[in-house]
Design a protein around this ligand. Structure first.
Ligand SMILES: Nc1ncnc2c1ncn2[C@@H]1O[C@H](COP(=O)(O)OP(=O)(O)OP(=O)(O)O)[C@@H](O)[C@H]1O
Ligand SMILES: [Mg+2]
Length: 324
C-alpha cells in the first residue's frame, strides 16, 4: 500500500543537489512555515552550527539526519524558540522569533506540537487527561468540548480504548501515540518529532511511521523529524536534510537521497566526498569518509592532544581513498 501523496515538486536547481550543495527550493504551496537564514549557534567558544539555510514548507515532512553531536537537537530547539541563534534569523510563520515578545512567542508555540522521545506523559494522569492538558492550559473551552476534542485526537492515533489508562499501564508504542495525541491537541500547523521510533520494536516503529504519514495527509501539518532510523526516514520524508559537524551539507527530496544510498559501489568515485559521506551514513556502512574523519579527530584529540597538522605541514592526514 502506498503511504502518502507526495507534495514535493522537483528542485529547480537539481544540479545543486547533485553537487551535494544545499539546494533550497520552494514547493509552491505558500510561504514557508519555518525559514532559517544564515543561522549559527555558538556555546561558549564552540561553534556547533553555522551557515544554516533551511525552509520548511506547509504540509511537508522534513527529516533531519546527522551523526551524534552534528547539531540536530540544537537546530530543533532554536526552531521552537528555546534559545536564540548566535547569528542569522529564524522565522516562524513569517515572523522573526527574536523579534517576538514572550506573549507572541507563547501564541506561536500553540501552533507547534512537539513529540518528545518518551512521549513525556504525566504519570499521575490518564491518557485522556494528558491529552486534555494543553486544552485546559491554553483555551477557554468548556470541559464537555474538551472531552470531545480529546476523543477525536485519541481516535486519530488509534488510542480511544486506552483513554482511561495511566502511562504505566500502556506499552511504549502506545505512549508515543498518546504523546502524539497530546502534541495534536491544539491543532498545530507544525509537528516536531524527536527520535519518534527510538526504543520501539520494528513493527511498532513501522506503525508509528504509518501514523505520521496518515496524520500528515489528514491534517496537512508540516513535520520536522529527527531520526537515526533510516527505514523510517525513507518512509516518512518528503525532503531530507543532512547535518555534518554543524553544517547542513545537503537538503533535497527523498528521491535524491535514495539515489545516493543506492549508488553503486563501483561508481563511488563519481561522488564528491560529502556525497560519499552521506551515502555511508544512509547505508550504515562502517567504512567511509565519515568514520575516517571521526577516527582521525578522536585520534588527534585522545592520543596526542596536539595539532597534528603541524606534523603534516598543515594538511590533514587523509586515510580516505580519494578517487576523483
Ligand atoms: N546547552 C548547551 N551548552 C553547550 N553545548 C551544547 C549545548 N547544547 C548542545 N551543545 C553542543 O552542541 C553540539 C551539538 O549538539 P546537539 O545536541 O545539537 O547534537 P545532536 O546532533 O542532536 O546529537 P545526538 O544525535 O547525539 O542527539 C554538541 O557538541 C553539544 O555538546
Ligand atoms: Mg540530539
Amino acid at each position: 500500500m502506498m503511504m502518502t501523496t507526495r507534495r514535493v515538486t522537483m528542485a529547480p536547481d537539481a544540479e545543486a543537489g547533485e553537487r551535494g550543495g544545499v539546494s533550497l527550493f520552494s514547493q509552491g504551496e505558500g510561504e514557508p512555515v519555518i525559514s532559517c537564514r544564515g543561522v549559527a549557534k555558538r556555546f561558549g567558544g564552540q561553534t556547533v552550527l553555522s551557515g544554516l539555510d533551511l525552509d520548511i514548507m506547509p504540509g511537508e515532512t522534513m527529516v533531519i539526519m546527522g551523526g551524534s553531536g552534528s547539531g540536530k537537537s540544537t537546530t530543533l530547539r532554536m526552531m521552537i524558540g528555546s534559545f536564540p541563534p548566535s547569528e542569522g534569523a529564524i522565522e516562524l510563520f513569517g515572523r522573526n522569533i527574536c523579534a517576538m515578545d514572550e506573549d507572541e512567542l507563547n501564541e506561536t508555540r500553540k501552533k507547534i506540537g512537539i513529540l518528545f522521545q518518551s512521549g513525556a506523559l504525566f504519570n499521575s494522569m490518564t491518557v485522556a487527561e494528558n491529552v486534555a492538558l494543553p486544552l485546559h492550559e491554553h483555551t477557554d473551552l468548556d470541559p464537555e468540548t474538551i472531552d470531545i476534542m480529546v476523543k477525536i485526537k485519541l481516535e486519530l492515533v488509534g488510542l480511544r480504548e486506552a483513554a482511561e489508562k495511566y502511562p504505566a499501564q500502556i506499552s511504549g508504542g502506545m505512549k508515543k501515540r498518546a504523546g502524539l495525541a497530546r502534541a495534536l491537541a491544539l491543532d498545530p500547523k507544525i509537528l516536531f518529532y524527536d527520535e519518534p521510533s527510538a526504543g520501539l520494536d520494528p513493527v511498532t516503529s513501522a506503525a508509528i511511521d504509518q501514523l505520521m504519514v496518515d496524520l500528515t495527509q489528514k491534517l496537512g501539518v508540516a513535520s520536522i523529524v529527527v531520526t537515526h532510523e533510516m527505514d523510517s526516514a525513507f518512509t516518512i520524508a518528503d525532503r531530507m536534510a543532512m547535518l555534518h559537524k554543524g553544517r547542513m551539507i545537503m537538503v533535497d527530496k527523498r528521491e535524491a537521497y535514495e539515489e545516493l544510498r543506492d549508488y553503486p559501489k563501483d561508481r563511488i568515485g563519481e561522488l564528491n566526498e560529502e556525497q560519499q559521506l552521506i551515502r555511508q551514513f544512509l547505508r550504515g556502512d562502517h567504512e567511509g569518509p565519515m568514520t575516517e574523519s571521526h577516527t582521525q579527530n578522536s585520534y588527534e584529540a585522545d592520543l596526542l592532544g596536539a595539532d597534528l597538522s603541524k606534523l603534516t605541514g598543515g594538511r590533514a592526514i587523509q586515510t580516505t581513498r580519494r578517487i576523483k
